[in-house]
Ligand binder design. Structure first.
Ligand code: PMP
Length: 283
């Protein structure tokens, strides 16, 4: 496996960054995970737009032009012979002696790109079963709309989920509303068939898959509401699912050990997953 690091393609064992990289010392960096389908990047433009926004919110310089970055991502995919999978891109504020304020102007951001294959048929089998989620308090900072590599609360929530035999954690704010998953956006379908997901704001990541699914929902004229929902509403929902680039639309069949609906993947989630697959093949 080959990784791109600051201008070079290296075998993964040799790929490394400095111990004075601000990503390592301060989690001072951002990332993107983009789906690869048939060797092509899905929704690259939306991912690049989100990356640009994350960088500018943190005042990290753009490491290279969008065209150059795109080339690096495609080359990394090609060198790793990824047909279906993901490409991971990370940009940090660069290497400088450890000090909290920004390093001197001209410090070059660090760029790392990796790619790996995903077993699509295995993922489909998981989707046919659906996944369990558990809730956990959302203890993250107040700018989680920025896709930063500072993910310690997400790591802890995900491990708590795993410890309870679940695949994902749904994070819950002080009001008892679900914000999002530890690495996904959260959705429910109410008893009267309305799709509900939290509106964009500083308290959730603007998921690319979320935005695509919303487009599909609108195009089909399905009833939906972008609003916060409580854990109690989720327990009582007819369906639940999560969206992310690596899981696409993933049905949730239990929350905190309580079955959602009849405890099997819901019709709406299953249909949206199929729609998304069709969409990913043509973009
Ligand atoms: N929320 C969080 C906290 C995430 O980490 C992710 C995945 N990176 C998402 C939502 C889903 O975003 P996307 O659909 O762009 O993968």
């Amino acid at each position: 496996r080959i990784a791109y690091v600051n201008g070079r393609y290296l075998p993964r064992e040799e790929a490394a960054v400095s111990i004075e990289d601000r990503g390592y010392q301060f989690a001072d960096g951002v990332y993107e995970v983009c789906e690869v389908r048939g060797g092509r990047l899905v929704d690259e433009r939306r991912h690049m737009a989100r990356l640009d926004r994350s960088l500018s919110e943190l005042r990290i310089a753009r490491p290279m032009s969008a065209a150059a970055l795109s080339l690096v991502m495609r080359e990394t995919v090609r060198r790793n012979r990824v047909h279906d999978g993901i490409v991971y891109l990370q940009v940090t504020r660069g290497v400088a002696p450890r000090d909290f304020p920004f390093p001197p102007d001209g410090t070059r951001p660090s760029v790392v790109v990796t790619a790996r294959s995903n077993d699509l048929s295995r993922l489909e089998r998981v989707a046919e079963e659906g996944i369990a989620v558990v809730t956990a308090p959302d203890i993250r900072w107040q700018r989680v709309d920025i896709k930063s590599v500072a993910l310690l609360p997400n790591v802890l929530a995900k491990q708590a989920a795993r410890d309870q035999g679940a695949r994902e954690a749904w994070l819950v704010d002080a009001r008892g509303n679900v914000t999002e998953g530890a690495s996904s956006n959260a959705w429910i379908v109410s008893r009267d068939g309305v799709l509900i997901t939290r509106p964009l704001g500083r308290d959730i990541l603007p998921g690319i898959t979320r935005s695509v699914v919303l487009d599909l929902v609108k195009a089909q004229g399905l009833k939906f509401e972008e609003r916060a929902f409580t854990v109690e509403e989720a327990y009582a929902a007819r369906e639940a699912f999560v969206t992310s680039a690596s899981q696409i639309v993933m049905p949730v069949v239990s929350i905190d050990g309580k079955p959602v609906g009849n405890g099997a993947p819901g019709l709406v989630a299953t249909a949206l997953r199929k729609d998304y697959h069709r969409y990913a093949e043509i973009v």
